[in-house]
Design a binder for this molecule. Structure first.
Ligand SMILES: Cc1cc2nc3c(=O)[nH]c(=O)nc-3n(C[C@H](O)[C@H](O)[C@H](O)COP(=O)(O)O)c2cc1C
Length: 339
């Protein structure tokens, strides 16, 4: 299974194609719309999101609301079409500067139009198909924000207060989100080659989300604080992956999302035409991306895990895959239950 996205932040459409997805998966437009809304309306998002409606059309791969096995194509309409004027001022902390150097342009807008996290809407749209496949196989996904800035144990009320404080100060916040997956069959991924290790694959998928700068599985960066004996008493430290393969336990992934670099209060930047310093003010920036990134993280993980599942079980249609997964669960369950 593979996927590609195309489209710019203020272009007419985002386009997304998912190839290798099995036939027989029933998916309702309302299911896709609800997942897109979770990303669009996550706490901390800016007023631009009020403009976006994430209207979409599935133009291929579906017949009567059921996947056919053909490549799935999704067109997502952009509502925000007011393309900003050309700018030679690269915004700090963004793709602007390296992108302007790399693509030989003095117009940062050409870079940021594609580097923008608007693209993550396309990844979510495709991820909904993977989520639905998992759901039909009894595999459940969950995500939550565990820290917002320096605030631990985030609740809706504490997050709202913290976000308001940051917004009033013209500032932004980062945070950490967690994705948990339950019900994965044991043996997805492989220990046989570095690039087949499931942790490496999930790391690439999650570090591919704009603003994600850290990734850990299970005990992650806390595990080294324990001795080997202490760690051996906590099997959950493995986070559901041992030796690059799922071990039958719940999968726990965590990502650190940096503070949104676009500051409403402004940050100093150097104009590449004049080499003069200017204040770069981001009026339409999100106050934090961590809640939206958590939703994207769920979908990015779902896509990678669906790929790993199809590699292990093969199958061109849902009934075929389900029969194989059920059989495998029966066989491995007999062993795992006795441990
Ligand atoms: C859903 C989502 C929304 C984001 N919104 C903004 C934003 O409004 N303003 C901003 O400056 N960065 C935002 N970011 C983060 C930037 O896209 C990201 O930091 C930037 O592209 C640079 O990439 P890097 O941080 O991965 O190096 C967002 C990220 C995500 C995942």
């Amino acid at each position: 299974m593979r996927y590609l996205t195309a489209g710019e932040s203020h272009g007419e459409y985002l386009t997304a194609i998912l190839e290798g997805f099995p036939a027989g998966v029933k998916i309702a437009p309302a299911y896709i719309a609800a997942q897109l809304k979770r990303r669009r309306c996550a706490p901390g998002r800016s007023a631009r999101q009020a403009k976006e409606t994430d209207q979409f059309e599935i133009t291929a791969g579906l017949s009567g609301g059921v996947t056919t096995g053909a490549p799935i194509a999704v067109l997502l309409k952009n509502a925000g079409r007011d393309l900003p004027p050309p700018s030679s001022l690269p915004r700090p902390g963004h793709a602007d500067l390296p992108g302007m150097l790399k693509y030989n342009t003095l117009n940062a807008v050409l870079v940021r139009e594609r580097a923008s996290a608007r693209e993550t809407a396309a990844r979510v749209a495709l991820g909904t198909f993977a989520l639905r496949l998992h759901e039909l196989l009894g595999i459940g996904f969950n995500s939550r924000v565990i820290t917002l800035g320096q605030l631990p144990c985030v609740t809706a009320a504490t997050a709202a207060a913290e976000l308001l404080k940051a917004r009033r100060a013209g500032d932004t916040l980062g945070g950490i989100f967690e994705v948990e997956v339950e019900g994965l069959p044991a043996g997805l991924g492989s220990c046989m080659h570095a690039d087949r290790r499931l942790g490496a694959r999930l790391g690439a998928a999650l570090l591919g989300i704009n603003g994600v700068k850290g990734f850990e599985i299970g005990g992650g960066f806390e595990a080294p604080l324990l001795t080997g004996r202490e760690a051996a008493a906590c099997p959950e430290l493995s986070g559901g992956i041992d030796g690059g393969m799922t071990n039958g336990g719940a999968l726990t992934l965590r990502c650190a999302v940096k503070p949104v670099p676009g500051l409403p209060g402004g940050a100093l930047a150097t104009d590449l035409k004049t080499f003069k310093k200017k204040l770069c003010v981001s009026k339409t920036s999100d106050t934090t991306a961590v809640f939206a990134a958590a939703v994207v993280g769920e979908h990015a993980a779902a896509l990678e895990l669906a790929g790993a599942l199809l590699e292990k079980f093969g199958g061109d249609s849902l009934p075929e895959i389900k029969a194989r997964v059920d059989e495998w669960r029966k066989k491995t369950g007999q062993i795992l239950r006795r441990l």
